[in-house]
Ligand binder design. Structure first.
Ligand code: 5CA
Length: 444
């Protein structure tokens, strides 16, 4: 992609309305454009990143056997009256009337809708478990939408729902999602830690939030530092392996402030291991048993002829919020250098030819390099403008391709002036550069 033809409207300075670095960068480099309070259009750079995050989320859902569906954004009030949440949800729900005067709403979440789908399709324990998910826009009329897409009113969410016959089976489903979340956030190069959490308007009594550390986060957390050393490596989808993994995490005190208990914290965590800080909630999982299935009369036949209400959980990931969360974790705002993880980077590499008025050879060389990169599935953005070196580097540092090649005096012959966005310059052949990037790109 040529920078001169791309739709990346970069601003000279940080926009004054943005209070946190993700919001600053996203506006600065034109990833999003505000449409109204808490509602945004996604411009190419932001959209590319979000779609790459979505693809990783999808792959990890599919890996645990979840099946993708797509439910509508607009829902009927009828099902919400059945569950009792039509009144409970209050002003956060955007309510709409159609031309027949029917009460509709823009879905803030989908427990009711998916339960309605399930009950009309499944009658027997033999079809369970069912793990269903979709990736769809949600609307919550937040009192204080802020920090750009971090707390929007319209936002993009992956929400999954599990249906099981017994509590024990339902915990197995819960644990599958727990693992898939750890794997998903790792592929996004984030350290997200699970914390015991409150269930709020979703309900139930077992719940974990997945939090990444950031000073600008809205969640206050209390943990045992050692939880950061854990990984999901070695865990497989067998029941016992998953149980072991969840136990491993739960041995450490790790809660959000609604669940905080000072005495417990001080008893369970040695002083040197205590960590009280702030974070961003990027995912939230819930187990609520038959809360919705009972209210919405959703039962299946059991072996032996009896019937029982299905046991359900729900599992959310803030896909649009993750774009901001990754920036909070990776953006060096002092030096104005963004380095996207390669797994979600809008471009893999920036080609920066130093172009003289009478000499196009650097741009030609960049174009030649680009055709080799394309053959190797590496996506480049080429700065074909005739600006000076420092303004070119500045722009590319904001766009955030993780690698850069400067094509100027130092890129003579076969050796190219190559660097990681935040690293030292090295002279490498194109062949070596391709090998290095391809190796990094391989899914883990
Ligand atoms: N039905 C459940 C699980 S599917 C649910 O709605 N959970 S939630 O309310 O916790 O939302 C799931 C995730 O969506 C959150 O962890 C967060 O990452 C994201 N999210 C929630 N509200 C917003 C918002 N206003 N703006 C951006 N992302 C949000």
């Amino acid at each position: 992609m040529l920078l001169s033809k791309s739709f990346i409207p970069i601003l000279k300075n940080n926009p004054s309305e943005a209070k946190i670095k993700s919001h600053q960068l996203m506006l600065r480099v034109g990833m999003i454009k505000q449409a109204s309070a808490g509602i945004y259009s996604w411009l190419p750079l932001g959209f590319k990143v979000m779609k790459k995050i979505e693809a990783i989320v999808r792959q990890e859902q599919n890996k645990i056997g979840a099946q993708e569906i797509l439910m509508p954004t607009i829902q009927s009030s009828e099902i919400w009256k059945e569950s009792g949440r039509y009144d409970d949800y209050g002003e956060e729900m955007l309510r709409i009337k159609d031309r027949q005067n029917r009460e509709m709403l823009y879905g803030p979440t989908n427990e009711e809708q998916v339960t309605e789908i399930f009950r009309s399709s499944f009658k027997s324990y033999k079809s369970l478990p069912q793990l269903l998910y979709h990736i769809q826009w949600k609307f919550r009329d937040e009192i204080r939408p802020r920090f750009g897409i971090m707390r929007g009113r319209e936002f993009y969410m992956k929400d999954a729902y599990s249906f099981d016959v017994t509590d024990e089976e339902a915990f197995y489903s819960y644990n599958k999602f727990f693992l898939s979340y750890l794997r998903t956030f790792k592929r996004l190069s984030l350290t997200a830690i699970p914390m015991a959490a409150d269930t709020g308007p979703i309900g139930g009594n077992l719940s974990h939030e997945f939090i990444i550390l950031a000073d600008t986060g809205e969640s206050k957390i209390f943990t045992d530092k050692r939880i950061f050393d854990l990984t999901s490596e070695g865990t497989n989808l067998e029941k016992s392996s998953l149980e072991e993994m969840r136990k491993k995490y739960e041995q450490f005190y790790s809660v959000t402030d609604e669940k905080f208990n000072k005495d417990e914290f001080e008893k369970m965590v040695l002083e040197e291991n205590r960590l009280i800080t702030k974070g961003i909630e990027v995912g939230h999982i819930f187990y609520f048993g038959d809360k919705y299935s009972k209210a919405m009369d959703t039962a299946v036949d059991l072996p032996g002829g009896k019937k029982d209400f299905v046991k359900m959980g729900s599992y959310g990931i803030g896909v649009s919020r993750l774009v901001g969360a990754i920036i909070e974790a990776k953006y060096d705002d002092k030096n104005e250098i963004m380095k996207w993880p390669l797994s979600v980077a809008p471009y893999d590499i920036a080609l920066i030819p130093m172009i003289n008025k009478n000499d196009n050879s650097a741009l030609e060389k960049a174009n030649n390099i680009n055709s080799v990169l394309i053959k190797n599935n590496i996506e480049a953005i080429i700065d074909d403008t005739d600006e000076n070196y420092s303004s070119k580097i500045k722009k590319m540092n904001l766009i955030g391709a993780p690698y850069q090649i400067v094509i100027g005096k130092k890129s003579e012959g076969d050796l190219l002036e190559f660097k990681e966005a935040d690293g030292e310059t090295q002279n490498l052949s194109l062949d070596k550069i391709i090998k290095l990037i391809t190796k990094q790109k391989a899914p883990n």
